[in-house]
Ligand binder design. Sequence first.
Ligand code: FES
Length: 204
Amino acid sequence: MSELLQIGSPNQRPRQPRAEDLKLNFSEQGVKDLAALVSHYPNKKACILPGLWLAQREYGGFLSGEAIAEVAHRLERSYAEVQGVATFYSLYNVAHQPGRHKIELCTCLCCHINGAWNLRDRLVAKLGIRHGETTADGMFTLEEVECLNACDRAPCMQVGSDYYGPLTEESLDALIEKLRNTEESTVVQYAADVVKVQLRNGEI
Ligand code: FES
């Protein structure tokens, strides 16, 4: 079995709450934003992806079973359908509550050739976590990802809405320190940015 197949927790799935336990936790703004998003589409089914981004913002960066159930309820779809979408795309956080900052390190070809594995090893040693894991203090989640479409900046990584590269061991250390001192969750901020773009009604 390859190293990549041995690490991570790819089979964890959110759990559906019992119907009587369903709680609606979207904020007032979240409810308004969902209505605005729905108005962009011919039907509610077509709004599942934006609805999940909104839920990722509203639920602190994590699509728990409760978050997925709320999206399903508000869009009048089945839980199974919405969970199937949420667990298909790696940008949705469904395995567990991510850290305040999710480090998505590209280890694809260009980044690999330019030293991504050294950076990966440095992160593992520095943070004490491996692919798919979160530090005990809830600060960082580490994920190895495929090409971020920024090969000209290899080796690179994404944290929230920002790309960083080309990275060196020194710039990686500096970035980790900067993130440690960043109070705001870049995971939630990223979801908020995606929702903001989707709400712009086609304007760029
Ligand atoms: S290979 Fe890393 S961004 Fe393309």
